[in-house]
Design a protein around this ligand. Structure first.
Ligand code: BES
Ligand code: MN
Ligand code: ZN
Length: 497
């Protein structure tokens, strides 16, 4: 998709479709729309008066052959109430426009930003919306049905901001949107294609292309490092595990500066192991590497955005299979940290691999840790697919991540991590056990287990089991992987510069 910025006034832009949006309010033909209305002899006002153009969220109105307008057609998308309008809604409006027009075989469009968005932030969100909207999950269809790809998109609506600011915003949006789609493409791959070894190969190729330092730990080095928790999960599979380590170093590093560690769960398929899952819906467990993929996408974006903070991604990758060599309930394992773990349920495997991931990230010098994982079904019970759950051992650091999430338009909801949860994972035979001996609170129990390996390093855990996958398509997005986490973590790295 070719992206550009058009500095001409809206009425002069000759494009197959000029797109803009309308607010749900009394005086909705205002600003740029008023100019179009005037040039077209009051057509928009008449549409509004007829009740056809209300501005209600996601309403679409397509008008052909407007006299006085250089564009062949005008598409107006409802943006809802102006008080609620923000980057997240702009992203949706733009993504929806692209998908709607693409279905009608339109390959070129110009999107007109409105008064409030004549700034870098608006152009960034708009380009993100375009890229996110252009993603489809139909990788292996031999006949694509989603219409022709959108070839050229221009943004317009320059007044009030410099062209340079807008183009900088567009470039940032392109980098972040492409990174999110990189993550989504990995998550979309079936587990027969994307084994831990192939995930590592793809990560390595991306890192080399982006000029990032990369180290892939194979099963031999994983064993030398005594990552017993990761190995215990991997031992049930014929596919060997990998740990992907990617490092971004800023142009200048001050001594004693913070180092951000991004630890992502990458279980390329989770059968549950010997504590096997029911067959219904098990196919979805190919997405159990979404946390790891989010960290890889984040690193890809950071290689271009170049924040002033060192960032290290640590992604333990494995299958969770019930093989003849698989671990069994009651087995005791030693994590890299030296802690002993009684594995009471082999399906609580994410916390096991993250335990070693967190330990290794600390060993590499990370001073702050964020992990992202499709960790528990319990977070889906608590928050549905609306928000990711966020947990911490350090309130100040959680507040920083939440501020980034808010700026990025990714919903996250703080979940509790009281000391009582620690008591529920005390084992009779070992230091800790991987499931609770009490009832309920599954998402907090999972987080409490990982906390045991963080010591006093500020740490935030994101449970993205409910938000990494969209079960039904939306007007602005294909069904399937969402790429959640990338935008927040990119913002976090920039804010830590
Ligand atoms: N990958 C799953 C989490 C999951 C479950 C995501 C359902 C989406 C939907 C994780 O490894 C898992 O199996 N968790 C168990 C933990 C339990 C055994 C304590 C769960 O949530 O059921
Ligand atoms: Mn599991
Ligand atoms: Zn899992």
């Amino acid at each position: 998709m070719h992206l550009s910025f058009d500095t001409r006034p809206a009425v002069q832009i000759d494009t197959p479709v000029l797109v803009s949006y309308v607010f749900e309010k009394e005086n909705r033909i205002e600003g740029a729309l008023a100019a179009i209305d005037q040039a077209t002899g009051g057509r928009l006002r008449r549409l509004a008066e007829s009740g056809e153009l209300t501005g209600k969220s996601l309403e679409t109105t397509l008008v052909h052959d407007l006299p006085g307008l250089a564009a062949a057609r005008l598409l107006l998308v409802g943006a809802g109430k102006p008080e609620k309008f923000d980057g997240a809604i702009l992203r949706r409006v733009v993504g929806m426009s692209l998908r709607w027009l693409r279905a009608k075989s339109v390959t070129r469009m110009t999107f007109l930003l409105r008064e409030g968005e004549r700034n870098a932030g608006g152009s960034e969100a708009a380009v993100e919306g375009l890229l996110l909207g252009s993603f489809d999950s139909d990788f292996y269809k031999t006949e694509k049905k989603n219409g022709k790809a959108m070839e050229r998109v221009s943004l317009a609506g320059a007044e009030g901001a410099s062209v340079e600011e807008i183009e900088d915003g567009m470039e940032k949006g392109r980098i972040i949107g492409e990174a999110q789609n990189f993550t989504r493409a990995l998550v979309n791959e079936p587990s027969n294609v994307l084994t831990p070894r192939i995930l590592a190969e793809r990560a390595e190729a991306m890192a080399r292309e982006c000029g990032l330092e990369v180290d892939i730990l194979d099963e031999k080095r994983i064993a030398e490092l005594k990552m017993g928790a990761l190995l215990s999960v991997a031992q049930g599979s014929v596919e060997p595990p990998r740990v992907i380590v990617i490092t971004y170093t800023p142009p200048q590093v001050k001594p004693g500066a913070s180092v951000l560690g991004l630890v992502g769960k990458a279980v390329t398929f989770d059968t549950g192991g010997i504590s096997i899952k029911p067959s219904e819906g098990m196919d979805k467990m190919k997405y159990d590497m979404a946390g790891g993929a989010a960290m890889l996408g984040t690193m890809k974006a950071l290689s271009s955005l170049k924040p002033g903070v060192k960032v290290i991604a640590v992604v333990p990758a494995t299958e969770n299979m019930p093989g003849g060599k698989a671990q069994k309930p009651g087995d005791v394992q030693f994590a890299m940290s030296g802690k002993s773990i009684e594995v009471l349920n082999t399906d609580a495997e994410g916390r096991l691999i993250l335990a070693d991931g967190v330990t290794y990230a600390k060993k590499l010098g990370c001073t702050h840790l964020v992990d992202a994982a499709t960790l528990t079904g319990a977070i889906v019970v608590a928050l549905s697919n609306v928000s990711a759950g966020i947990f911490t051992n350090n309130q100040e650091f959680e507040d920083r991540v939440l501020a980034s999430a808010r700026r990025a338009g990714e919903k996250m909801w703080p979940m509790p991590l009281d000391d009582e949860y620690r008591d529920m994972i005390k084992s009779t035979i070992a230091d800790i056990q991987n499931i609770s001996s009490g009832r309920g609170g599954g998402a907090s129990i999972g987080a409490a287990f990982i906390r045991e390996f963080t010591d006093d390093t500020p740490w935030v855990h994101l449970d993205i089991a409910g938000t990494a996958w969209l079960d039904d398509q939306k007007p602005w997005s294909a069904k399937g992987p969402t790429g959640v986490g990338v935008r927040t973590l990119v913002d976090l790295a920039i804010s830590m510069s």
